[in-house]
Design a binder for this molecule. Structure first.
Ligand code: HEC
Length: 572
């Protein structure tokens, strides 16, 4: 990296699980980085002065970060090092090394400044002239970094943009192997596994990964969306919880994909695996296992324009089944997958009076599986089902995103009925806080909701929900024995993706547990999705209003099941 070099956007998690996108900080005057690496004495010395500078420039539109691209470090060991050496800074963890590589980082201990006005490097080198290997001056006589920051704050060009710095060399070993990555054996399998569910004919993705040529054409864009973690759409912290529907790429896969693209996205030999992706022909994914649905609920059609923003639409449909039933599965089939981004399904009795007339009663609503690309519609687990009364009303929250052509969406929901009352009743516990008030302009406003669970239960999945200003979420359990567990962390919430996080193994929630959902919103102009940063935002159905909402799919344990789960917990 040299002064004047342009930098590309990226998104990384910090050591504590916070998510940071470089280009988010375009309202700042300077972004200052110290290249961190565990075990490097130069870094440890530099860090103290770096943190002093951070305090000096507090409230001056300057952001300080560390960044770690070391092959041998990971978030947990970085967290340990930060604790031991009292680093009070966000350390961006470049676990796949692709960001450090593209920034051409070479040594830990080095500092650099990015100027957000033109996304170029304004300074790179040492903090000051105090440190040499195995030697330190009492006091620095030249303050390179500080002078450079002062230049930028005064809108001057940086007078000394380059100095030499000491530090430990960073090893980027896989760089040399870029040319050897095989499309057929290494890359295509990653795409088939993680992308083609959506990027296929009739899928929700805007383009089809039909063959090598198509992928090569989109490869630079693929590199961009992977660097910024827009794709694949999965927003949970990988260190917390395990989910059966996890569609994220791990660091190795990211590295393989990006390196292959950077080496020219070559085809190589062998048959193209993308040409062998099989498409199912039945309308209902459940059809193979369960046959056609017993009932189909047609959701009234919606005109979707070619462009613009379509607000969340709420469709209220009377249950037409005609009798009380036990539901073992539901599945939503979108009319037009390209425009229908998600459906959240609830049912219950409606208000008969007042301004909410015709809408579901807040406290009595229950959830059913909704729709979002990748949300599973499998039958409810463990021989369980949900009771659907004849007189219920369905609420479908529909979110459309125009794709450049006008269309009419006619979506439907299939219902599969259990022959007899299932062994367990599954229910969606709803958490919501309608008293939220999000101040105008706030970059990170937090509110919470909690609920005590009164019976020993299993928790299968969590779907946390906010609108355009949603920023992040954390779900935690406070167990009666005093333990606390973070069940889910979504550091980079994206309103476009309503993901139900399905636990690999259901979570045992003993009676007396309190579940807490914390949620943060970004109501500032920095949030590019924010419809209006100048107003206070409160609860409301529409996407320009906000929600603190979660649907928790659970069931109550039978008495004889409880000892097994208690045992599991005490073993841990
Ligand atoms: C769950 C569905 C889904 C999966 C899985 C998915 N995509 Fe996408 N992808 C979309 C949708 C929808 C869009 C368009 C909207 C957007 O950009 O968010 C998109 C857009 C893109 C774009 C174009 C970005 C733009 O807006 O121009 C690229 C490139 C891309 N995806 C690559 C990938 C890659 C690579 C993977 C796998 C590693 C992947 N996607 C996995 C649904 C998906």
């Amino acid at each position: 990296m040299e002064p004047g070099d342009k930098v590309e956007n990226f998104r990384l998690l910090d050591q504590k699980g916070g998510s940071h996108e470089l280009f988010y900080y375009d309202d700042q005057k300077a972004l200052i980085f110290l290249v961190q690496g565990n075990g490097c004495p130069i870094v440890r010395h530099a860090a103290a002065r770096f943190q002093e500078l951070k305090d000096i420039y507090k409230d001056q539109e300057v952001e300080f970060f560390m960044i770690n691209s070391n092959l041998q470090d990971n978030r947990l060991t970085i967290r340990e090092e930060a604790k031991e050496y009292n680093y009070d800074l966000r350390i961006l963890v470049d676990d796949s090394q692709i960001i450090g590589e593209s920034l051409k980082l070479s040594r830990t201990g080095e500092v650099f400044i990015i100027n957000p006005k033109n996304w170029s490097v304004a300074y790179i080198g040492a903090i000051d002239d105090r440190l040499t290997y195995e030697n330190q001056k009492e006091k620095a006589s030249k303050h390179f970094l500080k002078d450079a920051i002062d230049d930028l704050l005064k809108d001057r060009s940086v007078s000394v943009p380059r100095t030499e710095s000491l530090g430990c060399l960073i090893n980027f070993p896989n760089k040399a192997e870029k040319q050897l990555i095989s499309y057929v054996d290494d890359v295509a399998p990653i795409l088939v596994e993680n992308c083609t569910v959506c990027h296929r004919e009739g899928g929700v993705g805007p383009w089809v990964m039909s063959d090598h040529k198509m992928v090569k054409g989109f490869s630079l864009m693929m590199r961009e969306v992977v660097r910024t973690k827009r794709m694949p759409p999965w927003h949970a912290d990988p260190l917390i919880g395990e989910y059966s529907n996890d569609r994220s790429l791990n660091a190795e896969e990211v590295k393989t994909l990006v390196h292959w693209i950077e080496a020219g996205a070559k085809r190589g030999d062998g048959p193209d695996p993308l040409k062998q992706v099989k498409l199912s022909t039945s309308v209902w994914a459940n059809e193979e296992e369960l046959g056609p649905p017993d009932y189909v609920i047609e959701i009234p059609s919606t005109d979707v324009p070619a462009t613009g923003v379509v607000d969340y639409k709420y469709q209220y449909v009377k249950n037409s089944v005609g009798k009380d039933i036990w539901v073992k599965a539901t599945e939503i089939v979108p009319g037009d997958r390209q425009v229908l981004h998600h459906v959240i399904t609830s049912f219950g009795p409606t208000e008969t009076r007042g301004p909410r007339k015709g809408k579901l009663k807040f406290r009595e609503r229950k959830g059913l599986r909704g729709y979002a690309p990748g949300i599973n519609s499998n039958p409810f687990p463990d021989n369980s089902g949900t009771f659907l009364p004849a007189d219920a009303t369905f609420e479908f929250q529909m979110h459309y995103t125009p794709v450049g052509r006008a269309t009419v969406d006619s979506t439907k929901m299939g219902i599969w009925v259990a022959d007899e009352k299932p062994e367990h009743e599954i229910f969606s516990m709803i958490m919501l806080n309608p008293r939220i008030r999000i101040p105008a302009g706030a970059k990170e406003h937090k509110e919470s909701v909690s609920r005590a669970v009164s019976k020993d239960s299993l928790l299968y999945s969590v779907l946390p929900h906010a609108h355009y200003r949603g920023k992040k979420m954390v779900v935690a359990a406070y167990y009666p024995d005093g333990r606390t567990e973070i069940l889910l962390s979504v550091p980079n919430y994206d309103f476009n993706w309503q993901t139900s996080y399905d636990f690999q193994e259901p979570k045992f929630i003993p009676a007396g547990t309190t579940l807490i959902q914390h949620q943060w919103w970004d109501n500032s102009a920095q949030n590019k999705a924010n419809p209006d940063p100048t107003i206070e935002v409160t609860w409301g159905d529409q996407s320009f209003e906000e929600m603190l909402f979660g649907a928790y799919m659970m069931r109550v344990l039978k008495e004889e099941e409880v000892p097994y789960y208690r045992n599991l917990v005490s073993k841990n």
